[in-house]
Design a protein around this ligand. Sequence first.
Ligand SMILES: Cc1cc2nc3c(=O)[nH]c(=O)nc-3n(C[C@H](O)[C@H](O)[C@H](O)COP(=O)(O)OP(=O)(O)OC[C@H]3O[C@@H](n4cnc5c(N)ncnc54)[C@H](O)[C@@H]3O)c2cc1C
Length: 416
Amino acid sequence: MTDGTAANDVESVDSFRDRARRWLEDNLPPAPPNQLGETSKSAAAWTRAKELQRILYDGGFAGICFPKEYGGLGLTPTHQRAFSEESRDYEMPLALNIPTLTICAATILDMGSEEQKRTHISAVLRGEELLVQFLSEPRGGSDLAGLTTRADRKGDSWVLNGAKIWSSGAYAADYALCLARTDWDVPKHAGLTMFLVPVRTPGVTVQQITQVDGSREFCQEFFDDVVLPADAVVGQVNGGWETANRQLFHERSAVGGASPYSSGIQSHSGRDVSGLVDLARRTGQLADPRVREDIGEARALNMVHDQLIARITHGIGSGALPPAAGSIVRLFSAQNSWLQADMAVRIAGASAATGTTADDAGFGQAGQDYLMRQAWSLAGGSTEMARNIISERVLGMPREFAADRDIPFNQVEHGH
Ligand SMILES: Cc1cc2nc3c(=O)[nH]c(=O)nc-3n(C[C@H](O)[C@H](O)[C@H](O)COP(=O)(O)OP(=O)(O)OC[C@H]3O[C@@H](n4cnc5c(N)ncnc54)[C@H](O)[C@@H]3O)c2cc1C
């Protein structure tokens, strides 16, 4: 990613925006009605997302903030924002934003080897690869450094054994960034290594999990003697915590709606109140003072959200704030998503429970968004963990007690 100070030979944002507007009109179909609210992706939807990404790539609009040598455009976040705004009304490969582009490709860009960057970032930008995250484990996702999936060195290779869970989209993925324990004789943060694991390789079993809204996005994986080559390591052997931290930074930015690598506007960050206005109009409540007040509040908070993103991004970029400040946007985004989902249900009333997602009025969507609102307080690290990070790493308050700090992992007691 380049910084905001465009060199003289870089196309101005205005000219880029004009060119993008014309190109989008000529090359992409209008957005389908469910594009913003989609939580469940069929195999056909993934194929379509890859096709759309290829169209962006061939048209010269893929990977706006990724460097040119890896297939991107090497432009600034301001160019990216302009493109995302212009693309709002068109069908876009939004499914590729989280986690493929904004989290995994961004982490490979920061921490991967030259070979990994050339191979995987360009494949992602051409729409040829989907990347996912294998971080959380059945025993707990918040205590990420306490994970027990293991990778043991055997000659030049590694052998992976264990299990992961809550991996979004793994059933459709090509590769996953997988954190495993490679040294059990050192404290928990020091013995981890990040691997790039081919998802469809012998020894990996992927099972889909049905969510409360009926979608089957989440997966659980089992690893049985999966053999990985030495060059599958991302970053340093036993330096996985550093790679994971970079990944979590990108995840918080993406989930908070602040990633410069996101192409197109994502819905669940709760930044679009047009759905609330439509719902109020359809239910004949547009003149109701309470409803107007709710919509006004939702709009105001969206503006705060945008300002917060700008301020925090600038603060981190200039060094005035630590990277951990990304958790502030992440926290606000979840709170805002809850508020927007609650307001939609207040406007829709009982119809939120009885409507289907296919109904034009948006009743079913309001009900579904309500069921899924809890997810936005967990995805990308939970709201409680965001508060912990803000207090400890941004505000400098005392660290939370940890019984396993500085103790070799093989001496730490684990529940069974
Ligand atoms: C939509 C969605 C997508 C996801 N996608 C992925 C993915 O692609 N890959 C992946 O690996 N994971 C993914 N996850 C999993 C997610 O990262 C975990 O759910 C999250 O890290 C929390 O872990 P847990 O569910 O194991 O909860 P736990 O860690 O068991 O925590 C339970 C509760 O206790 C709280 N808690 C725990 N420890 C503390 C503490 N020290 N202080 C205060 N409160 C605490 C937590 O905040 C939480 O509310 C996804 C989750 C969601 C909802």
